[in-house]
Design a protein around this ligand. Structure first.
Ligand code: HEC
Ligand code: HEC
Ligand code: HEC
Ligand code: HEC
Ligand code: HEC
Ligand code: HEC
Length: 423
């Protein structure tokens, strides 16, 4: 009977230990929330926002007081353009206050991500106000405010509760068994003598634990859960090249051309408005200016070399031309169809919505994840602008006819458009 209680004691102690570890893990995870918010803020927002200073956008500390409506903020941060097109008065006010500069949309951020960012900003603002010296914020306190919000946390909680239930049930079972055994004292004496007669084995405890099927099962479950979540995360981030920033053959600075000089994106990427591809400009476009601008720069001489241009004689030698091998940054797989004009011209989206603050980049990097989830989430959250679009006006007409119980001809459905019958 003693060996029974011994095993049980060791078992329940180890379960408690595991539960404690799980709980600690949960604490660490909860702290990770504001830390997550901080990481997201630094990766996505610091190009335009500071907590305590106006940059391209407003200082977020005073903007995100406790009274501000979180639901509105989540909507704004995920897709501010939708709020502006929907003529939300609050959104319009801030948009006009900042000279109608556009903020990037972040369809890839989940509600929880945005809440993490808000929590981080609030706690950082609090510490900034409390201490004159800028500190790193108080992630722990912030986490307590936002509370854990992940599936992981709920499953951890589930495991902990399960562990306690197991302990309780086993306690009952042991108590019953002990009572039963008390009735058969002879057996117990024998057993006890056997136990005491054994030499001391240091690993005995471990061996007993290993024999305990429930404990082994419990540990296996924990291991499987950990391995499973690791695989899950790895699989989601495979082949996602967010942040990809290859070295280009010419150090072409977008911050100078599109930012400081305010050259319209269209000047070099005219395809974006007319066709599927935005296209990279030919070097002749650069020559419009660089025939005379910065002619001494070695970077500009790369343009001359590629065109076979001699700045002394100002003549082109067509035998010396070689193509400029820009490294492609954004690249969807071939089986996905993405059309720029559909998004830039028809939907009226700004380039920065998907490509980030290009006008501030010294070297272009891939700003958005370009995953299917990213495409779909924006499609789910963006309203279509129906006005002034012949295609949607036609749909409206068809809809009205059907509502009145009238017939719809093939012509109305596009049957007289040339492209439908001719290649
Ligand atoms: C490309 C620059 C840019 C980036 C990146 C950016 N913002 Fe903004 N943000 C702005 C501008 C500009 C405004 C002012 C409103 C306007 O003109 O659209 C603004 C306004 C806001 C507001 C005020 C909304 C209101 O109605 O009070 C919040 C909150 C905000 N941004 C949060 C964020 C967060 C969080 C991120 C990162 C996930 C972020 N912004 C990234 C430029 C940016
Ligand atoms: C003076 C010409 C010029 C202007 C203006 C310009 N770009 Fe570019 N852009 C280039 C060249 C050249 C490259 C290729 C080299 C590189 O990636 O830096 C490029 C590359 C890019 C890429 C990466 C393409 C890839 O490989 O995936 C994006 C995105 C982009 N530009 C967006 C913009 C946006 C948005 C603007 C306006 C804010 C803009 N560009 C303005 C010349 C220009
Ligand atoms: C509308 C005029 C214009 C066009 C078009 C233009 N640039 Fe420029 N570029 C400039 C000016 C102005 C500067 C800045 C000169 C300075 O720093 O004083 C500059 C600077 C540069 C520099 C930095 C040179 C250095 O050594 O600091 C590079 C590299 C460059 N341009 C490459 C290109 C390339 C490649 C293209 C074509 C895709 C291009 N530019 C198109 C006007 C232009
Ligand atoms: C709705 C999101 C979205 C918007 C808005 C957008 N782009 Fe893109 N852009 C993409 C995607 C996705 C790719 C990758 C396309 C591919 O690999 O087929 C890309 C690729 C590019 C490329 C390199 C490949 C190419 O198509 O030539 C350039 C340059 C570019 N974009 C410039 C621009 C400019 C300039 C604007 C604004 C006029 C703009 N983009 C607006 C999503 C967008
Ligand atoms: C920032 C928001 C945004 C992102 C990101 C975005 N789209 Fe779109 N997309 C739109 C909007 C808005 C429309 C509707 C345009 C319209 O018809 O007014 C649209 C329309 C389309 C259409 C035409 C649908 C139709 O009914 O004919 C296709 C195809 C498409 N998108 C593909 C993509 C792909 C592929 C990606 C990801 C690589 C993507 N989009 C990312 C906003 C987005
Ligand atoms: C419903 C289908 C359909 C539509 C819509 C349509 N076509 Fe045609 N088109 C045809 C067919 C079928 C022929 C071949 C008739 C023949 O050979 O006698 C043809 C022949 C032609 C020809 C003569 C070619 C030749 O070699 O003689 C021209 C030009 C033409 N179409 C232009 C247009 C234009 C422009 C539009 C848009 C305004 C248009 N079509 C819309 C079906 C269509």
């Amino acid at each position: 009977m003693r060996s029974f209680s011994l095993i049980f004691k060791q078992f329940s102690r180890s379960v408690l230990l595991i539960a404690c570890f799980a709980f600690l893990g949960l604490q660490a995870h909860a702290q990770g929330d504001a830390a997550k918010g901080e990481a997201l803020f630094k990766a996505k927002c610091t190009s335009c926002h500071k907590v305590d200073q106006i940059l391209t956008g407003p200082a977020l500390g005073p903007q995100l007081t406790e009274e501000t409506d979180d639901k509105y903020l989540v909507k704004w941060i995920q897709n501010n353009q939708a709020l502006i097109t929907a003529k939300n008065p609050k959104a319009l006010a801030i948009f006009n206050k900042f000279e109608q500069k556009s903020m990037t949309v972040f369809p890839e951020l989940s509600d929880a991500d945005v809440t993490n960012i808000i929590t981080y900003v609030r706690s950082d603002w609090k510490t900034l106000q409390a201490a004159p010296k800028p500190g790193a914020g108080a992630p722990g306190q912030a986490a307590a405010e936002s509370g854990p919000s992940d599936v992981v946390i709920y499953s951890l909680l589930g495991v902990i509760i399960l562990a306690f239930i197991i302990i309780l049930v086993l306690n009952r079972v042991i108590a019953t068994l002990e009572r039963l055994l008390l009735k058969n004292k002879d057996g117990i004496v024998l057993e006890e003598e056997e136990v005491e007669g054994e030499p001391v084995d240091r690993l005995a405890g471990l061996k007993k634990l290993a024999k305990n099927k429930k404990l082994v099962f419990f540990v296996l479950i924990c291991g499987t859960l950990a391995l499973g979540s690791w695989t899950w995360v790895t699989m989601w981030t495979t082949n996602v090249h967010q942040g990809y920033q290859p070295v280009q053959p010419i150090k072409f600075p977008h911050d100078l051309h599109a930012g400081a000089m305010k050259i319209d994106c269209q000047y070099c990427h005219s395809g974006a408005y007319k066709s599927k591809n935005a296209s990279i400009p030919s070097l002749n476009v650069c020559m419009n200016c660089h025939k005379v601008v910065k002619t001494e720069s070695p970077e500009i001489h790369k343009i001359y070399d590629a065109l076979g241009y001699d700045p002394q004689t100002q003549k082109y030698d067509s035998t010396k031309t070689k193509p400029m091998q820009w490294v492609r940054i954004h690249n969807l797989p071939d089986f996905a169809y993405f059309n720029h004009s559909q998004h830039v011209k028809v939907a009226g989206l700004k380039c920065q919505t998907c490509h980030g603050p290009i006008q501030e980049m010294k070297e272009v990097y891939q700003y958005s994840p370009l995953t299917m989830k990213w495409c779909i989430q924006c499609h789910k959250r963006t309203d279509v602008n129906m006005k002034g679009n012949a295609y949607y006006e036609n749909l409206q007409q068809v809809h009205d006819l059907l509502k009145d119980g009238k017939k719809v001809t093939a012509a109305l459905m596009g049957g007289i458009e040339c492209g439908k019958c001719h290649y």
